[in-house]
Design a binder for this molecule. Structure first.
Ligand SMILES: NC(=O)c1ccc[n+]([C@@H]2O[C@H](COP(=O)([O-])OP(=O)(O)OC[C@H]3O[C@@H](n4cnc5c(N)ncnc54)[C@H](OP(=O)(O)O)[C@@H]3O)[C@@H](O)[C@H]2O)c1
Length: 231
């Protein structure tokens, strides 16, 4: 498939590497332009490009940038992208350390529903609950006992199936985590978040999740701080 990755940081780079290894054609972009992505190109085999080129003709687009930066994406970025293109959101809301206050999420929107509203396109939530380092190093072939599983949530069954196959290709079992309205079950602080559970464990963790956002995952008047001095 042709895969476009918006964001070339921890998650964007490792997904680019794994997708290229699986034979996909991958373009990747960031906010500063392809001239800044020589090392990412060398490490991953992906082609760096301006964002409008990254999304052009893509079968799958991955949005993997800090939550607070999503509104900074060009307003018309998805205008020419066909409805059949699958958009993956890997994002998490870190109000105290990074993102500051995002009113829609504080009011109760799931993080991915808020992302959908910003970009004007349906998304499938995936790859948000595993550390980038584990995504890079802990994938295993299908059938491996206790293989780590990742939840995948979205409203379109066909789009979700595409994403679940990609999850499997990069070394993880995929668990259907329901619709985007169910995706709070895989947000930060839930039992499945960064827990590296197998498929059975992921299903159990999704059921055990508490819908109430924990105080430490809400913004304060001083947000954002940084990861060492959260506000
Ligand atoms: N790190 C993890 O272990 C992990 C795990 C799961 C999910 N996540 C989530 O996945 C998302 C990405 O995390 P990350 O750790 O990969 O982030 P990161 O390492 O900080 O990288 C962020 C990337 O986003 C790009 N970016 C920022 N604003 C942009 C814009 N307006 N247009 C295009 N690109 C833009 C940055 O490019 P520039 O440098 O050019 O600005 C950079 O390449 C976050 O929501 C995070 O919470 C992270």
């Amino acid at each position: 498939m042709k895969i476009g990755i918006i964001g070339a940081g921890n998650i964007g780079s490792v997904l680019a590497l794994r997708f290229v290894e699986r034979g996909h054609q991958v373009k990747i972009g960031n906010s500063r332009g392809p001239g800044t992505l020589g090392e990412v190109e060398r490490e991953t085999g992906a082609t760096s490009a301006e964002l409008k080129e990254v999304v052009k003709d893509a079968d799958v687009i991955v949005v993997t940038i800090p939550e607070a930066k999503v509104p900074n994406l060009p307003k018309d970025l998805f205008a020419g992208v066909p409805a059949s293109t699958v958009v993956i959101d890997t994002g998490n809301y870190y109000p105290r350390q990074r993102d500051g206050r995002i009113a829609g999420i504080e009011k109760g929107s799931t993080e991915s529903r808020w992302v959908e509203e910003q970009i004007g396109r349906p998304v499938v939530k995936a790859f948000n609950n595993i550390y980038a380092d584990h995504l890079r190093n802990k994938g295993t072939p299908a059938g491996t006992p206790k293989r780590i599983a990742l939840p995948v949530a979205g409203d379109d069954a066909k789009a979700k199936a595409v994403v679940m196959k990609l999850v499997d290709e990069v070394g993880f079992d995929a668990v259907d985590a329901g619709t985007l309205d169910d995706s709070w079950r895989q947000q930060p602080a839930t039992p499945v978040y960064t827990a590296d559970r197998d498929a059975e464990g992921v299903r159990a963790a999704l059921q055990q999740a508490d819908p109430v956002r924990k105080p430490e995952w809400r913004a304060t008047d001083r947000s954002p701080g940084d990861f060492d001095n959260p506000a």
